[in-house]
Design a protein around this ligand. Sequence first.
Ligand SMILES: *Cc1c(COP(=O)(O)O)cnc(C)c1O
Length: 404
Amino acid sequence: MNPLLQTKKYRPATEIVHLDCVNSGPDSVSEPYNSSSVPIYQTATFKQTSSSGSGAYDYSRSGNPTRSVVELHMAKIMNAERAFVVSSGMTALDVILRLVSSGQEIVAGNDLYGGTNRLLTYLSTYSDIKTHNVDTTDVAAVEQKLNSEKTRLVLLETPTNPKIKIADIKQIAEITKKMCPNALVVVDNTMMSPYLQKTLDLGAHIEYHSGTKYLSGHHDLMAGVIGVNSADLGDRIYNVINATGCGLSPFDSWLLLRGVKTLSVRMDKQQANAILIANFLELNGFNVHFPGLKSHPQYELHNKLASGPGAVLSFETGDIGSSERIVESTKLWGISVSFGCVNSLISMPCRMSHASIPEHVRLERDLKEDLIRLCVGIEDPADLMDDLSNALTFAGYNVKQLES
Ligand SMILES: *Cc1c(COP(=O)(O)O)cnc(C)c1O
């Protein structure tokens, strides 16, 4: 084959749908029938050709061809040295947290995913691993907590959820590498997906995702994805996954691969809808948090890190009762936790996804009880706006419409 063709990189939307990790050389997975859809190798064990064992696979906890294909594909999309798929986003974080020894410290954001907060609290309660929660939009605040002896992880989410604040991954990675050469910069990139933001290129050592969200796109499976920037880290992560047995099952690996192929079309549409909805809410006088709006305090920073604002936004009404009436009177927007699905969702984070964060901590972190989060889907945006307009009217607002 022409070597130029072999190394050619395509544009992101093409790379996402084009599988080049099956039957394409020594580092690819071999599949004897050249099937168009990668088969589900629903097997726990693989027969060996000799008593000393010699096949590429022996036991599905250690490796499975269906899982390998999605791992190689994810590594390509994330620009990772190596990628892994596990049973959920929280499992991905749990695997990464095993790189931290007792006595070491974590510096993390103060507007974290609720489950992340719960797992970090577990560690500080039952083992000697302390987390400092700081405002990661303030690089100096992160720097202040870095300790060259103790800091092992700097854990970032950007945009944060649900307040949609932006952390400067690039600058934080540079400072961390200078001050704490043994620390790892880890980014939860679930909100953006690798299509919009590639955090390993921005200086992170590890990027992880809840594959339950945009990567799969249909809320029909739970998965986690981990990408690393070095072979060494890859070996350590593989070791934990093999030891604990949390690798993604063959069937879920197959579903994840099927879902991820449409990531770019879904995200393009969801994002375009989200931009319209954000403008509509801003026109109606709400305090809207969305990095696609020029009014976002970190609009320019976000544009330097990512190629788009994504499709999750939040806004405040100033009154819990109004927020409840809005959320409960939409018809098209389903009341549900989570995001990244093809249909649109609405929620009140303090009552739902973030309820596990104690009220006094929510107050400290300025997480407003009346905050409404919207996760925008692929529906016709006119229907989404009509439905929101009706809900707002019901809640007593005099609604203005966007000029088309
Ligand atoms: C959902 C989510 C997780 C957890 O992932 P699960 O697949 O639900 O375990 C972690 N981080 C973020 C930002 C999420 O949205």
